[in-house]
Design a protein. Structure first.
Length: 91
């Protein structure tokens, strides 16, 4: 009846970040999935402001996001903007 809960992987972001990352593969529309992933990275940026530069970019937040996922995010179309050369517009 209840969701099996464990301690959050990141205490600053909390259990909701774990749930957001776990939900990504179930989002069918690729653009929606990417948008949702950027929200998760934005949460990491808010919880770890020292990782964010003056322009709002954070390679550390993206690396951490990929580290927290228990699956390969690249397989579902999510790529780090620092690896793909895109702009880090996660907020």
């Amino acid at each position: 009846m209840f969701i099996d809960q464990k301690k959050p992987k990141d205490f600053d972001c909390g259990y909701n970040l774990d749930l957001m990352i776990a939900a990504l593969p179930r989002i069918k529309d690729e653009q929606e999935r990417i948008k949702y992933a950027k929200r998760a990275v934005g949460l990491i940026k808010q919880s770890h402001p020292t990782w964010v530069d003056e322009n709002g970019k954070s390679e550390a937040a993206w690396e951490y996001f990929f580290e927290l996922a228990e699956y390969d995010l690249n397989e579902i179309g999510i790529k780090s903007p620092f690896a793909s050369g895109e702009d880090d517009d996660a907020q």
